[in-house]
Design a protein around this ligand. Structure first.
Ligand code: HEM
Ligand code: HEM
Length: 227
């Protein structure tokens, strides 16, 4: 009988599906050439999945509100309204990311999907950068407002005033860290992440995407014991 990992032990109430249930006609392509790997039943628990897709929806909301603000007449209430919505969603994504990291530390992460040590490191690094981005970009957004001595509005409920007033040098820096260069970096990172997820799911056919989907039938992924 296979020994359960710590994470598996903790989350198997939510999502355990026997390895034997796997569709034998659709086994992971990688399985044939991987050694020292334990077939284990590992997927993300429902709460992690909800956090993940909430962040995806919020990112889309942030980019759409920024795009709408950009197209609105200058100055206008509409433009201010879109900025306030952008700021509110940005603060929300920051809070959700803190809760998400807290939850992930509590329950741990499932074993990595089978692959070379390098691929597993790259995947870990990308996840770390994505979490860092959703923590730091909102802070830089706040600093971009605050360095112009403007308050940040959270859905009309709370106003966070600038702690330091006008700071032109900081504002210039925030035009980089919360401006177009940041936008390009974020798009690149997300594009790589999505491409990797699709590559695993549809080329390697190792069901990686299904680890993140609550409705997926196949919860079984061959994971790597070597890292
Ligand atoms: C992950 C969260 C966020 C993302 C992905 C994001 C994304 C963006 C993007 C792509 C731009 C356009 C940058 C440019 O072309 O110059 C922008 C502008 C801006 N964002 Fe954010 N943002 C986030 C959170 C926040 C937060 C939390 C705040 C404030 C507390 C904020 C305040 C601003 C401001 C003030 C601008 C400039 C608007 C203007 O040009 O007048 N953002 N954001
Ligand atoms: C449509 C877009 C997306 C797809 C298809 C997608 C897919 C996935 C999949 C399949 C995994 C599991 C990977 C594994 O098992 O090793 C994952 C994990 C992860 N994704 Fe995404 N993702 C998307 C967008 C995003 C965005 C926008 C972010 C953050 C900005 C993000 C952050 C993460 C993080 C941090 C993890 C690691 C698990 C966790 O901590 O929740 N993803 N994603």
């Amino acid at each position: 009988m296979a020994v359960m990992s710590k994470r598996e032990d903790r989350v198997h109430h939510f999502c355990r599906v026997p390895w034997e249930d796997a569709d034998s006609t659709n086994q992971p392509r990688q399985a044939a050439n991987t050694m020292n790997q334990t077939p284990s039943m590992q997927r993300y628990d429902l709460i992690t999945q909800v956090f993940h897709w909430t962040v995806v929806v919020l990112i889309i909301g942030l980019l759409v509100t920024d795009w709408l603000r950009d197209g609105a007449p200058k100055p206008s209430d509409l433009r201010t309204g879109y900025l306030n919505l952008h700021v509110s969603l940005g603060i929300l994504i920051f809070l959700v990311t803190i809760a998400r990291i807290g939850w992930s530390r509590l329950v741990g992460a499932p074993d990595p999907v089978a692959g070379s040590r390098l691929i597993q490191l790259a995947s870990k690094g990308a996840h770390l950068l994505l979490n860092l981005a959703t923590l730091l970009i909102p802070i830089f957004g706040f600093l971009r407002l605050a360095s112009k001595d403007r308050a940040a509005d959270f859905f009309g409920l709370i106003q966070i005033p600038s702690p330091f007033g006008n700071a032109p040098a900081l504002n210039d820096l925030m035009h980089i860290l919360h401006g177009e260069p940041m936008e390009l970096f974020l798009y690149g990172l997300i594009a790589l992440h999505v491409a990797a997820a699709l590559w695993h799911q549809y080329y390697l056919r190792d069901h990686t995407l299904e680890r993140m989907l609550p409705w997926s039938r196949r919860a079984v992924v061959r994971t790597g014991a070597n890292g």
